[in-house]
Design a protein around this ligand. Structure first.
Ligand SMILES: NC(=O)c1ccc[n+]([C@@H]2O[C@H](COP(=O)([O-])OP(=O)(O)OC[C@H]3O[C@@H](n4cnc5c(N)ncnc54)[C@H](O)[C@@H]3O)[C@@H](O)[C@H]2O)c1
Length: 260
């Protein structure tokens, strides 16, 4: 007899093409590194920074044997997203794996947040994921295989401290986007999941909480602060064949700070 699951390769992403948004720094760059170095995927890193600004990090990934291709773009612009997808389709055939990571925050309460600021955070954190998934779906359906991971947040479960109202709304909204993409994608072998970090060592957290605020928050986390690669390693798993029956799920990576 022969088995139907190829166990030797279930954790490999060799031959797959991934797009990680917001990947010129922070969690996105960490996820790109893991998908490329550990998984063996060809990874396009969509970011606002010029490649020259993070060439050192890209060189370090290349030295580890990973292929991460920087591509400049703005996830708030549908035209820019379409340009990025068209380039990947031309160069590599299409996006097999989509990691919706780009995000930003604003430490303002409901009374302090203007309509324009609200729209900006929704566009960056939520509409971007919808637009990228919309574009990725066609290729994934055609080849009957795809993986979508949203980088959400513990805030999506429990709300935010000290304002961040628009951010919290986007992080809860990602759960609905994930689950509905999962149901729509299932007949085409497309899975869709959310990874929900707690506190991760990146530039965003100092903007969000200040230096002292970060120290105070870290002191409350049983396992301490996560590194970007902690988010990358779980995202990698969700993108492999090993996770083929995990969809519409939320995987918490918060060091035990929030249990539910
Ligand atoms: N750092 C944390 O503690 C933490 C916790 C929970 C969730 N998250 C989530 O993780 C994701 C990444 O956060 P991070 O901490 O790495 O942030 P970061 O600010 O360190 O990096 C965010 C990345 O997104 C990019 N980006 C922002 N707006 C963009 C746009 N319009 N177009 C293209 N790229 C854009 C930035 O250039 C940057 O590369 C976010 O969705 C965030 O909500 C972070």
């Amino acid at each position: 007899m022969s088995y139907s699951i190829d166990l030797k390769n279930v954790f490999s992403l060799k031959g797959k093409v991934a797009l990680v948004t917001g990947a010129s720094a922070g969690i996105g760059l960490g996820v790109a590194r893991v998908l490329a170095v550990t998984g063996g995927a060809t990874v396009y890193a969509l970011g606002r920074r010029d490649a020259a600004e993070y060439q050192g990090e890209l060189d370090a990934i290349a030295a580890e044997g990973g292929t991460v291709i920087p591509v400049k773009g703005d996830v708030c612009s549908e035209a820019s997203i379409n340009d990025v997808f068209s380039r990947i389709e031309q160069e590599a055939g299409g996006v097999d794996i989509l990691i919706n990571n780009a995000g930003t925050t604003l430490p303002k309460t409901v009374e302090e947040t203007s309509h324009e600021e609200w729209d900006f955070i929704i566009d960056t954190n939520l509409t971007s994921g919808f637009l990228c998934a919309k574009r990725a779906f066609a290729h994934m359906k055609q080849q009957n295989w795809g993986r979508i991971v949203q980088i959400g947040s513990v805030v999506g479960h429990k709300g935010a401290i000290k304002g961040h109202i628009a951010y919290a709304a986007t992080k809860s909204g990602q759960f609905g986007l994930t689950k509905t993409l999962a149901i729509t994608g299932a007949p085409h072998n497309i899975t869709s999941n959310t990874v929900a970090p707690g506190l991760v060592r990146t530039p965003l957290i100092v903007v969000a909480h200040g230096e002292q605020g970060v120290k105070d928050l870290e002191a409350q986390i049983p396992l301490g602060m996560s590194e970007p690669e902690d988010i990358g390693m779980v995202s990698l798993f969700l993108c492999t064949e090993a996770a083929r029956h995990i969809t519409a799920a939320t995987i918490d990576i918060n060091g035990g700070v929030y249990t539910h």
